[in-house]
Design a protein around this ligand. Sequence first.
Ligand code: PGA
Length: 249
Amino acid sequence: MLIAGNWKMHGTQSFTKELISYLLENTKNTEHEIAVFPPYPYLLLIQELLHASSIQFGAQDVSAHDTGAYTGEVSASMLADVGCRYVLIGHSERRAYHQETNEIIAEKCQLAHQNKLVPILCVGETQFERDAGSTYDVISSQLASLLDSTFLEHAIIAYEPVWAIGTGKTATPDEAQAVHRFIREKIAKKNSSIADKIRILYGGSVKASNAAELFSMPDIDGGLIGGASLKKEEFVALCQMAKNVVMDI
Ligand code: PGA
């Protein structure tokens, strides 16, 4: 299980220190992996705070360019340089507000991999697409370049139905499981041993009260948590819950 906290554009230095020290104190015995995704300015502070810990961290986005005159951009090599292990790529908020296409997202994944970061490719349909019955087509096209890449086994996928992000409306465990199963089957057609191992996270209004059921589904390997990752007690509860789920199986 991987429990990943996407802070989005929230936080300050003092918030970062407080949240991380709470996580360090209260997640010592968790058997699964925890990762946090703060805004760029706090990555160096996080690196310092987490240097002796098993909690990992990453960035919420990365440039599609390697280096050069790209004002405001942050490259994969820079993220690697400050100790990131992961990077979120293709989050629906990037797709919607920054017009990121599947092609741009593929370039970002490639650069992340080249710089030894693990890309977490976010996929998910909008409410309109779900209502139109095109969920699986959308997911297939969002996954296509990763499935054809040479680094599929080094990636993570996060299924985040757009209609469930920040809305309080979560996919039911069965709805989420159906899409996770679909993703794993698509991967299995390429390579069944990668399909068995690859981690597929669920995201979209996950909180302590609904996580246990979601995490108990066979093809859900963890969560990408937005709002609830900013509340320290709630995030720790999620981490503990995931642990219990693992132990129960
Ligand atoms: P949410 O966000 O948990 O606040 O719905 C999840 C995400 O966007 O990664």
